[in-house]
Ligand binder design. Structure first.
Ligand SMILES: [Zn+2]
Length: 236
């Protein structure tokens, strides 16, 4: 993330979002909830990230503070990061309760922006809390798949799914419409203070769910290390 902040010409950036644990660092695969103040001149980085892996003892979720185990601020595979100066300012507050359709909070917000802004791409990043209710998440297994995952179904079968409880703190990065950069248009990871964390899909308690979130539109979208060959498997 220090290297990313330099690429963005925003040294010392504050970053949040959704990514994967660096297997080089951790020796295993897992979900990363990045929350980092990157290094700046005269100041080291501060890593407040959480990560979750499959507990080899019981096959359940194991969420830990990243800095309790590791001392870098790397990530692996991919990350969707929202970077800002980390200063206070005006933000967009979103409050929602009860879900009446099939879409998650993030998909509702993204599709609403897409319908309103049409061909123009609008990106938002921020944090929201599931204050009441439960949500569906996944965590990648500790070991990478020994065979290629060629379809969404292959990916779903490989992933481990769990239901987590409020309060659950989510970090999201979304873009209303891919401006031709081969982006994942929404990606949300969440952590909690009761040991649950991972990749958020949707709440599982539509009648009782409550959300509050704070977001800010992006000024720029950066695509770093874009793959030369692409596919659409596993982007949900
Ligand atoms: Zn994810």
């Amino acid at each position: 993330m220090n290297a990313v902040s330099k690429e963005l010409e925003l040294p010392g950036a504050f970053m949040l979002g959704a990514g994967a644990v660096s297997a080089k660092t951790a020796g295993i695969n897992g979900e990363l909830m990045p929350l980092v103040l990157t290094e700046a001149e005269g100041r080291p980085f501060v890593n407040g990230s959480y990560y979750s892996t499959i507990n080899p003892v019981d096959g359940k979720c194991l969420q830990e503070k990243y800095s309790d185990r590791f001392h870098d601020c790397d990530f692996g595979l991919l990350a969707n990061l929202y970077a800002c100066e980390g200063k206070p300012g005006t933000v967009i507050e979103v409050r929602a309760c009860r879900r009446t359709g099939e879409l998650s909070l993030v998909s509702c917000m993204r599709k609403t922006m897409e319908e309103h802004y049409k061909e123009k791409s609008v990106a938002l990043g921020g944090t929201f809390i599931i204050q009441k209710g439960k949500a569906k998440i996944h965590i990648m297994p500790r070991e990478f798949s020994s065979c290629p995952l060629n379809t969404d179904e292959d990916v779903e079968n490989w992933l481990r799914h769990f239901e987590v409880s409020a309060p659950f703190i989510c970090q999201t990065v979304m873009v209303s419409k891919d401006p031709g950069l081969d982006l994942r248009v929404e990606h949300t990871h969440g952590f909690s203070h009761h040991g649950e964390g991972g990749h958020y899909y949707i709440d599982t308690t539509p009648n009782t769910v409550e959300y509050v979130g704070y977001f800010l539109p992006a000024e720029f979208i950066y695509r770093i290390d874009r793959p030369t060959e692409t596919h659409n498997v596993g982007r949900d």
